[in-house]
Design a protein around this ligand. Structure first.
Ligand SMILES: CC(C)(COP(=O)(O)OP(=O)(O)OC[C@H]1O[C@@H](n2cnc3c(N)ncnc32)[C@H](O)[C@@H]1OP(=O)(O)O)[C@@H](O)C(=O)NCCC(=O)NCCS
Length: 162
């Protein structure tokens, strides 16, 4: 029997979102290497861990190894999502969605204005995920990435219009 698919992102709501620690970094860097053409390396994640305005989160799988992560900055009244990935063998299980939902919740709790991000124009999977969380396209940044690809700028407003 076919199961009904949720119309809103609600899968994996139980997945625990935890702060990324120093010990997670090699795993997370490996995850990034399997997810991006120009991935952040161990040093890049360690740098982020030092920044007071950076928020680094993981979801762990078996034996506590991270299977998904998100890095964002909290600056000037908004959250900016810099990097998000789910392990290739754990995709379409709701983990990316859980991390985006956690970020939005964090921003709302703090009364921030919005969440912004850039995503590769060709990255339809990520754009579909963000749209499910009510992100809308604000514009395009030509040749934003190292390989000359364009970025789409997306925003999710956090404040409800009265
Ligand atoms: C984008 C990414 C983080 C999604 O992670 P994920 O854990 O698989 O996402 P979820 O399971 O939470 O997906 C939630 C929804 O997003 C959309 N989505 C996710 N992957 C998709 C795909 N390959 N094609 C179409 N829609 C997709 C769907 O609407 C999905 O809901 P559904 O499974 O009920 O249809 C993951 O594919 C990834 O790590 N990609 C490589 C790195 C990357 O592109 N990061 C984003 C950079 S901006």
């Amino acid at each position: 029997m076919a199961s009904a698919r949720p119309s809103q992102p609600d899968a994996s709501l139980q997945a625990l979102v935890e702060p990324m620690g120093e010990g997670d970094v090699p795993w997370v860097a490996e995850l990034a290497a399997s997810s991006f053409p120009v991935p952040w390396d161990v040093a890049a994640f360690r740098n982020e861990l030092q920044r007071p305005w950076a928020r680094l989160r993981v979801i762990r799988g078996a034996e506590g190894v991270p299977v998904a992560y998100a890095v964002s900055w909290c600056l000037q009244g908004e959250m900016h999502l810099l990097s998000l990935a789910t392990s290739p063998d754990q995709r379409r299980l709701g983990l990316g969605s859980r991390l985006v939902g956690d970020l939005i919740e964090f921003g709302r709790e703090r009364g921030l204005d919005r969440v912004t991000l850039e995503v590769r124009a060709a990255n339809r999977a990520a754009q579909a995920l963000y749209r499910r969380w009510s992100f809308v396209t604000l514009g395009r940044r030509p040749r934003y990435y190292e390989d000359g690809s364009d970025a789409i700028l997306m925003v999710c407003p956090l404040r409800r219009v009265p």
